[in-house]
Write a protein of this length. Structure first.
Length: 288
């Protein structure tokens, strides 16, 4: 745990009644904090002979005890749920804090059919999964964005829903919108930088128009100046207008802050160490 008041890390022993109540080592899992409990879902691991195992289990780390020990327990789900996967979107439902949203992921890193685009709701009170059938309505004017004209109808006719993907990020915006950004598709063998918005009241996908936003960019350049005794360096500030839009990529992170979505890092060709802001509340969403 990182103590934000002192900026120091310290180790917390995590106990379990049996080994079955403790999650195995894994990568590509997802976690949600609900009250004093950390819910951990899925992921993958590779065994000693190189076989990938895709997990569909769910564990809870009870953190309401003292700082010297926390306790793991396995969640015993009461119905058939989604197939095991790694790197999905797994977030809390904005309309019901006791429910989680699961979207996408991958359950075969070497096969195109391993890319997933299914959508589920998990209820932490009933401990059950529910399959949600999402669709796109080209003619609907009920959108999650401020203006119906913000729907990219030409492209949406071609792409009625997001392609299957994993390593995308999902952020909640407002009371009922899920913003899907980026991801990777083995089937298409490429990384994505498109943005989709889902209306969680109706479970409809929309493809919004997103424009680059021209802003004044402040850059620092070094100029060498020679004087009589020594060489010095002077930092000169230049002002340029530049358009921003994230390169297609995966393994980026994003978070919702005030009325913006912040996107950082990731893996793509020639992707530098950059931070972007998405302004979804403008008449047309834009990146800076």
């Amino acid at each position: 745990m990182l103590d934000l008041s002192t900026l120091t890390w310290f180790h917390i022993p995590c106990l379990a009644k049996t080994e079955e109540e403790r999650p195995c080592p894994r990568v590509g899992h997802r976690a949600i904090l609900l009250n004093d409990q950390l819910w951990v879902y899925g992921g993958t691991f590779v065994d000693d002979i190189g076989t990938y195992h895709y997990l569909d289990d769910l564990y809870v780390l009870d953190m309401n005890s003292n700082h010297f020990s926390w306790t793991w327990r396995k969640v015993h789900i009461k119905n058939q749920g989604p197939v095991g996967r790694h790197s999905p979107i797994f977030i809390q439902h904005p309309l019901n804090k006791n429910q989680f949203i699961l979207y996408g992921g991958n359950n075969s890193v070497n096969e195109p059919e391993g890319d997933l685009d299914d959508f589920f709701i998990f209820d932490t009170l009933s401990l059950t999964w529910k399959t949600i059938y999402c669709y796109s309505d080209h003619n609907s004017q009920q959108v999650s964005l401020p203006n119906p004209d913000d729907i990219d109808k030409d492209n949406q006719q071609k792409e009625i829903r997001p392609k299957p993907r994993w390593c995308a990020t999902g952020d909640l915006l407002g009371a009922s919108s899920l913003v899907l950004l980026g991801g990777y598709s083995i089937n298409k063998d490429h990384q994505m930088n498109e943005i989709w918005v889902m209306d969680l009241y109706q479970y409809k996908w929309f493809l919004p128009k997103v424009r680059r936003r021209k802003v004044q960019l402040h850059t620092l350049e070094t100029k060498k100046i020679e004087d009589k005794s020594t060489k010095t360096q002077e930092m000169l500030q230049n002002h340029k207008l530049k358009c921003f839009y994230p390169s297609s990529g995966v393994f980026h992170t994003s978070c919702h802050y005030e009325d913006k979505i912040i996107v950082y890092g990731g893996t793509a060709k020639n992707l530098p160490n950059k931070l972007y802001m998405l302004y979804p509340c403008h008449s047309c969403p834009s990146f800076e």
